[in-house]
Write a protein that binds this ligand. Structure first.
Ligand SMILES: Cc1cc2nc3c(=O)[nH]c(=O)nc-3n(C[C@H](O)[C@H](O)[C@H](O)COP(=O)(O)OP(=O)(O)OC[C@H]3O[C@@H](n4cnc5c(N)ncnc54)[C@H](O)[C@@H]3O)c2cc1C
Length: 306
């Protein structure tokens, strides 16, 4: 089921045609408040009232024209103005391929620099998502360059990749801001851990390495991008044992998933940020969400029928 859903995520025909169907639009509502920025900002305002911070991403990947890249960059600049105006504790997270990485890396760096500078005006982090493994090295090298000129940038790292432990060591001297996730793509065993046990073990080890660097005085920011409460608890215990406060890391979860836990963690003094996705190009992203938990397929079918 997981492989089928990930294959569907990459299929151009389905990507173009399925999202037009009314029942697909209806099913995706569980994971996004709406297709436009207004719906996302509205969700951010509601979260603000509950003490939950926000992170915004407009769905879309592998943009093909320069015009689209410029449009995306301008969209995020305008969004950051709105975030500021509404007093939301919100940050933005972007895929490099959305900013034109496949077309021109240097111009993508210039666009990302503009977004990071805008985020810095409000004292916010500008986040870069991690995509499939063919982009891993390029994205990390890109981050190193951007971080050198814009300290407020953060990068997503995937615990399922075998290389990530070395990447963490490579980035530590830069005082990185890291969102650690398990990883959402289909990757081969030669480069990625395959079993849940191995991925989870690596996730904890990577988080501990980043927290240790923080304890040793490095200005590391750690976001745990996971809904896995057991892992969050294990990492919280490590932080406690290192005499680090609950606020030494942030929990980041996706809109619509484990909202009860997001609220509970806030009530216990943890910092929680909800990643709110929106936009028209939701199909591959939605397929990856279903692949993470095939039980969601049943849920989606029920939404369609009911
Ligand atoms: C804030 C954030 C940003 C992310 N950014 C990226 C990125 O840039 N690149 C990337 O590759 N991946 C990204 N991901 C996705 C990530 O890699 C995982 O695929 C995803 O978080 C599911 O794994 P998990 O850590 O929640 O653990 P899992 O072991 O998959 O799940 C743990 C538990 O959480 C619940 N759960 C998990 N997923 C779902 C779901 N879809 N629906 C309902 N319940 C669920 C289930 O109860 C499950 O038992 C991001 C995730 C988050 C939360």
């Amino acid at each position: 089921m997981r492989s089928l859903l990930l294959w569907m995520a990459r299929n151009r025909f389905l990507r173009k045609n399925l999202p037009r169907l009314w029942f697909a639009k209806r099913a995706v509502r569980r994971f996004m408040p709406g297709e436009d920025a207004e719906a996302a900002l509205g969700a951010g305002e509601k979260f603000k009232a509950e003490g939950i911070r926000s992170e915004f991403t407009r769905l879309g990947e592998n943009v093909e024209t320069l015009l689209e890249c410029e449009d995306t960059a301008q969209h995020y600049i305008d969004l950051m103005d709105e975030i500021e105006a509404r007093g939301i504790d919100g940050e933005v997270s972007v895929k490099l391929t959305q900013l034109g990485y496949d077309i021109d890396v240097e111009r993508t760096l210039e666009r990302a620099g503009r977004l990071a500078a805008k985020a810095a005006e409000g004292g916010r982090t500008f986040w870069i998502d991690m995509e499939g493994s063919s982009y891993a090295e390029g994205t990390i090298a890109f981050y190193e360059r951007l971080k050198a000129t814009h300290a407020n940038t953060g990068l997503c790292l995937q615990a399922y990749l075998r290389r990530t432990a070395a990447d963490v060591q490579r980035l530590l001297p830069l005082d990185p801001r890291v969102r650690l996730v398990k990883g959402a793509y289909a990757e081969p065993a030669s480069i990625a851990y395959q079993s849940k046990h191995d991925v989870d073990t690596n996730f904890v080890a990577l988080a501990v390495a980043l927290l240790e660097a923080r304890r040793e005085g490095r200005d590391v920011r750690l976001g745990l991008g996971t809904h896995d409460i057991r892992l969050i608890e294990q990492i919280a215990e490590h932080a406690h044992a290192m005499d680090l406060p609950k606020t030494s890391f942030e929990v980041q979860m996706l809109y619509g998933i484990r909202m009860d836990q997001q609220r509970r963690l806030v009530s216990e003094g943890y910092t929680v940020r909800d990643l709110i996705s929106y936009g028209h190009a939701w199909f591959p992203w939605y397929m990856r969400r279903l692949a993470e938990r095939p039980a969601n397929v049943i849920f989606a079918l029920r939404q369609i029928i009911g």
